[in-house]
Design a protein around this ligand. Structure first.
Ligand code: FES
Ligand SMILES: [Fe+2]
Length: 431
């Protein structure tokens, strides 16, 4: 299906069809999710050989396991005999995975190890040919990504200039980061792109959608009081990944610390070390500001609040959100507990902000379907065409201020690159 006419990133509009059409969705699974590097785990979730978890790459169920050689492997969670799902657990530690149906068993690298009543198979199967499909696996500072496309560039190239921004969260201390408190799941009857585009650049919704929730949380202080002043904020994007935020170093940390001052105290004491690692700009001005961010295609996070999340597609009108709290390994218990509680209070199934957003995305997905409604395009034109690549301080494509559709359009341009490209040869390495 040719989707080139559905989005215009120069004029700044999007066709409503991309949020509900089944054929477009099928093409997304093939051309976006089966090609891109997808976040699957944090290394801290799999510390020992045999540790595993199950997740999704697009709609493909996969097992992420640390093999006996210490390397993390990612492979399809569907038996090569009749296709039965092999592993039903969310995670754990295992020597092998054995299928319920006829007892074929697979190693923590996906290799076919043996079968129940194996003697019957003598001479009839070459086991080395019937293992589970392994994805490429690469890590970036604790985050594990996997990719099913042999022609995709390395993860480092895929992230490109955007690594500079990811480091603000991942590289604050020598000890690195970890996920705490397990995985929280949430279901939305909405298109997956709404979650991504909201986190990549939609700061404009915050002071409207989240105002009442914020007042309830902050003893009456309205959201706009935490938002950056216009001239000190920006959109940054590279290769379809985006970061939007302020430069006051205070907005998000202020919200987090109102009820939990240990968070602010920890960061005040860390800022010098962070500045040595990241430089003053990133350590004291970008981190701590109101920021939201997404990595193409479906991984989002909020620096400072500590939520990291994947918007798993489950059809054009459904998302399974999986979310974690990321903390620095060197955080004392009372700080990490405060981080987790603040994260749950804001962005979780019981979090005030998550509910605000989910309702809007569900209604937008449904309403975009109307047969007359769908004839009218959606406006994505705020500050279209204003980004520049030659900023003296910030890598990537930069547009000021943050109140714009620039990052959303960069995400949709990357989406177009993937959806129209026949293979990775047609997808620009740097966008
Ligand atoms: S389907 Fe898995 S062993 Fe038969
Ligand atoms: Fe929101």
């Amino acid at each position: 299906m040719d989707v080139t006419g559905l989005i215009n990133t120069r004029e700044g509009w999007v066709d409503r069809r991309i949020f509900w059409d089944q054929a477009i969705y099928e093409q997304e699974l093939e051309r976006v999710f089966a090609r891109a590097w997808l976040f699957v785990a944090h290394e801290s979730e799999l510390p020992r050989p045999g540790d595993f978890l199950t997740t999704y790459m697009g709609q493909d169920s996969v097992i992420v396991a640390r093999h006996t050689d210490g390397r993390i492997r990612v492979f399809t969670n569907s038996c090569t005999h009749r296709g039965n799902r092999i592993c039903f657990a969310d995670g754990g530690n295992a020597r092998q995975f054995t299928c319920n149906y006829h007892g074929w068993s697979f190693g923590t690298d996906g290799a076919l190890l043996g079968q129940h009543e194996e003697a019957h198979y003598a001479g009839w199967i070459d086991k080395s040919q019937w293992g589970l499909q392994n994805a490429r696996v690469e890590t970036y500072k604790g985050l594990v990504f996997a990719c099913f496309d042999a022609d995709a560039p390395s993860l480092e190239d895929y992230l490109g200039d955007y690594r500079w921004y990811l480091d603000i969260v991942l590289d604050q201390t020598d000890e690195g980061t970890e996920f705490i408190g397990g995985c929280v799941r949430n279901d939305f009857q909405a298109n997956w792109k709404f979650g991504v585009e909201n986190f990549i650049g939609d700061s404009l919704h915050a002071s409207w959608t989240h105002d009442s929730g914020a007042k309830a949380m902050t003893y009456g202080k309205p959201v706009p009081e935490f938002m950056p002043v216009e001239q000190d904020s920006f959109h940054a994007n590279a290769n379809g990944h985006g970061w939007e935020g302020g430069t006051d170093g205070l907005g998000t940390l202020g919200i987090m610390s109102l009820r939990r001052p240990v968070i602010m105290a920890y960061y005040q004491q860390k800022r010098a070390q962070m500045a040595r690692r990241l430089g003053e700009l990133r350590a004291t001005r970008l981190f701590g500001s109101v920021v939201s961010a997404s990595v193409f295609p479906n991984f989002s996070y909020l620096p400072g609040i500590g939520t990291m999340r994947v918007w798993h597609p489950k059809g054009p009108r459904r998302i399974e959100l999986r979310a974690w709290t990321i903390v620095n390994r060197d955080m004392p218990d009372e700080v990490r507990n405060a981080m987790r509680d603040a994260c749950m209070e804001t962005f979780s199934p019981s979090g005030v902000f998550e509910m605000d957003d989910g309702e809007n995305w569900e209604n937008a997905t449904r309403a975009n379907e109307g047969v007359v409604t769908r004839r009218q395009r959606l406006h994505y034109g705020l500050r279209v065409g204003t980004s520049r690549r030659d900023d003296p301080d910030l890598p990537g494509n930069i547009s000021r201020p943050m109140y714009s559709d620039v990052n959303q359009l960069a995400f949709y341009q990357r989406w177009l690159d993937f959806m129209t490209g026949q293979s990775w040869r047609d997808i620009p390495r740097v966008r």
